[in-house]
Write a protein that binds this ligand. Structure first.
Ligand code: CMP
Length: 138
């Protein structure tokens, strides 16, 4: 059944000019773009988005990085979208990401790892609702 997931092309990938290449990979993999917008986010917005990581040692650096430049927020749809996008992205740390994955090709480090994707259905619902109003989902 068609499922929705939430994704971000992160500031590192946008700054390096990889947006078009990453969007093309996502579309080629069969995802439909339900919503997409370019935005600069505040550190406070990043902290709210990543609140599950608030006690991790990397939390502050992660939120500073995510608010350091424009990014692309997206809602994507296809059968098994959540697992499918995570496979296409590759492991969080690009050093461990499989050959051919987005992070292997475009990410520089475990923090500046080019792309985010929801890790489960509940997370996807929270993340979509955090950044998008219902009328923006087409
Ligand atoms: P993401 O999939 O967006 O989910 C949480 C983010 O935290 C992750 O990608 C990385 O950008 C970042 N992250 C996870 N683990 C670490 C780590 N050990 N050090 C720095 N950043 C991390």
């Amino acid at each position: 059944m068609a499922e929705r997931t939430f994704s971000i092309i992160k500031p590192d990938a946008v700054g390096k000019g990889y947006t078009g290449a990453i969007l093309a990979e996502i579309e080629k993999a069969g995802f439909r773009f339900v919503a997409i917008k370019k935005q600069s986010i505040s550190k406070e917005q990043a902290e709210g988005f990543y609140y599950v990581h608030k006690d991790k040692p990397f939390f502050n650096g992660l939120c500073e990085f995510m608010s350091s430049g424009p990014l692309f927020l997206m809602v994507l749809e296809k059968d098994n979208a959540i697992a499918g996008l995570r496979k296409l992205m590759g492991a969080t740390n690009p050093a461990n990401a499989e050959e051919g994955t987005i992070r292997r090709k475009y990410a520089a480090s475990i923090q500046e790892n080019a792309i985010h994707g929801s890790d489960g259905q509940e997370t996807a619902a929270f993340e979509i609702g955090y950044w998008f109003a219902g009328y923006e989902l087409l």
